[in-house]
Design a binder for this molecule. Structure first.
Ligand code: MG
Length: 165
């Protein structure tokens, strides 16, 4: 007899907007007059996604695995970190079933870059693009996102395995 097991995880992240930095979202450089402040490339979308994956696998969060105090993570592409998280999840016996992400920002429009983001994320999590959701919404001018002080991102991840019992 086999039983299917699945686990869901949730991730949330915020980074401050600053001039003079590249805006990197979902592993893709998005042309903009501002970027996100942070120790790594500050890819808020991938940070939320990694926290969702780690949460589902019961493996803590990205702060545990990639401490901001460690110099080796300074300026590193978050895709490198996503690679490691994907491996970690697989080592724990999990397969990623699907992920879904929402980025909350006033501008720029992300739709033209979504396909490239899915292409960057998919191979690292062994996911088809149909199993990756990436959506963007504005905050209707409200709050810190509305004042363009920062960008927020949320993600959920579903992991599954078939275990003999
Ligand atoms: Mg972050």
């Amino acid at each position: 007899m086999t039983t299917s097991t699945c686990r869901v995880g949730l991730g949330y992240d915020v980074h401050r907007l600053v001039p003079g930095r590249q805006l990197v979202l979902g592993g893709v450089v998005v042309p903009a007059s501002f970027g996100l402040e942070g120790h790594s490339d500050a890819d808020v979308l991938l940070h939320a996604l990694m926290d969702a994956l780690l949460g589902a696998a019961g493996q803590g969060d990205i702060g545990v695995h990639f401490s901001p105090g460690e110099d080796r993570w300074r300026g590193v592409s978050s895709l490198v970190l996503l690679d490691r998280v994907g491996s970690l999840v697989r080592e724990q016996g999990w397969q990623v079933v699907n992920v879904d992400c929402t980025v909350v920002l006033e501008r720029p429009r992300l739709l033209p870059y979504v396909a490239a983001m899915k292409a960057a994320i998919g191979p690292r999590l062994a996911l088809d693009e149909q199993a990756i959701g990436i959506k963007a919404t504005t905050n209707e001018g409200l709050g810190f996102v509305g004042r363009e002080e920062g960008i927020a991102a949320m993600a959920v991840a579903l992991l599954g395995r078939v275990a003999a019992s």
